[in-house]
Design a protein. Sequence first.
Length: 137
Amino acid sequence: MLTWDDRFSVKVTVIDEQHKQLFGSARRFSEAMQRNESREAFAELLGFLIEYGKMHFQTEEAIFLQCGYEAAASHIEQHQLFLDIVQGFKLRFESDDLIVAAEVVHFLENWLVEHVTTSDQRYVPCLAAQGLTKPSS
């Protein structure tokens, strides 16, 4: 099960806190799957993931665009792809296509780890140069 630790930190409190919420949503999917929760519970989790993802991406993008992050366009494309995939899960779910919760959990865990440890870490130097990061602990 995916849990937050310091290797995921981008050293910007608001972004780290939002990342923790996204990691928590992956954990909630896994737990819901283990408890064999209702369709409504999964629909609610998918809806949360889409809406929270949009809010988080807007926050992150505003910060690195403000700093002049040179790879902003490709990073925004990654965010949009994430939302497109999750929206696809939601549409499949709503049309009664069998979505195995494990498929969603697998996607979330892989995407979050890869994105936060690779793509997000690339903008840290830009934010640090602007004085937006907190010191390492």
